[in-house]
Design a protein around this ligand. Structure first.
Ligand code: BDR
Ligand code: CA
Length: 318
């Protein structure tokens, strides 16, 4: 049976593969209890292998002062193919940090089982916030399609209107599991795709890193260190002015959608052509948007996004 729409704070599941920008997305969501009631953090193999992702997620929750956060280990690999992509987050996924080994436990239940149960049991609809490959979410939808009616929406980081960052066609999260992405975009759910066209406008400049450091709390300092440590990759490959902060766009979009210019679009995910696997083809034309399947932000107020990032990171006291 359909459950009521969530009022603020909205119930969310953070599905991620930290990864330094996933880590910052988590820190922002945890610092925003008026916006998010985080039911759990579900991990998926992506930026680094799953085992390391689960270590990183726990390190970040401890850094945020939330050793009580339920964290679940999910799918190690894509549904069908096993693509290889370069890792731009360093060997650990959180290069630049100096966090202690985590003490908090990993939950025993599989992430996909948790996603299904949490959506079924929560009294209101749940918003899914994926910032990694979409394998866990696609699996949950295949195992229990009836959960769809209790999903408020999916707001994801991935894809692009123009070119990819792994191949000319595909962005990393789509490239790593194109079939899972295909399932999400053909699910009939409300999907918002925060792709490279907006995230590439959120590069952390030296001025923004300095502002983060000036907050002088550990989550902000570790965030600035991670971004600085890995910035050469984006500056060299994409000509950005610093490290691109992709995944925080998900919580920030949910906090203040008016920072983004968004249009309805028809989005196709390529799962057929070997050279385009995971590429997103986006049309805003009227001819196609009569059966639009996504909301696609195409521009963003870069300063506004950083202002929220700084304000929320500034809420940490240690
Ligand atoms: C996406 O790929 C990963 O490397 C980042 O964490 C982000 O989710 C950007 O393409
Ligand atoms: Ca990610």
């Amino acid at each position: 049976m359909k459950k009521p729409t969530a009022t603020l704070p909205r119930a969310v599941i953070m599905d991620c593969d930290p990864g330094n920008d996933d880590a910052i997305a988590l820190l922002l969501a945890i610092a925003s209890p008026e916006d998010f009631n985080i039911l759990g953090v579900t991990c998926v193999g992506g930026n680094v292998p799953l085992e390391q992702v689960c270590i990183n997620a726990r390190q970040i929750c401890e850094l945020a002062g939330r050793p009580d956060m339920p964290i679940y280990s999910g799918c190690t690999k894509a549904l069908i193919q096993e693509p290889k992509a370069d890792n731009s987050h360093g060997f650990s996924g959180l290069d630049g940090t100096n966090l202690p080994a985590p003490k908090m436990p990993l939950q025993e239940e599989h992430a996909v089982t948790f996603i299904v149960k949490a959506i079924k049991n929560h009294p209101t609809k749940v918003t899914l916030c994926p910032t990694g490959p979409l394998t866990n979410i696609a699996m949950a939808l295949r195992i229990a399609p009836e959960i769809k009616e209790n999903i408020e929406e999916i707001v994801l980081m991935g894809g692009s209107i123009t070119s990819g960052n792994i191949t000319a066609a595909a962005e990393f999260n789509m490239y790593l599991d194109p079939h899972a992405a295909f399932i999400i975009f053909t699910s009939g759910l409300k999907v918002t795709m925060l792709g490279l066209d907006v995230t590439h406008k959120i590069a952390a400049s030296p001025k923004q890193l300095a502002k983060m450091r000036a907050l002088n709390n550990n989550p902000a300092l570790q965030s600035a260190n991670m971004l600085e440590k890995t910035q050469d990759f984006d500056m060299h490959n994409f000509g950005t002015s610093g490290r691109v902060v992709h995944d925080p766009c998900v919580p920030i979009y949910l906090i203040k959608p008016e920072l983004f210019k968004t249009k309805k679009a028809k989005v196709l995910v390529d799962i057929f052509h070997p050279d385009h696997m995971g590429g997103t083809i986006v049309s805003f034309h009227k001819k196609h948007t009569k059966d639009a399947n996504a909301y696609v932000p195409y521009d963003v107020d870069h300063e506004g996004v950083f202002d929220i990032m700084i304000e929320r990171l500034g809420r940490y006291t240690k």
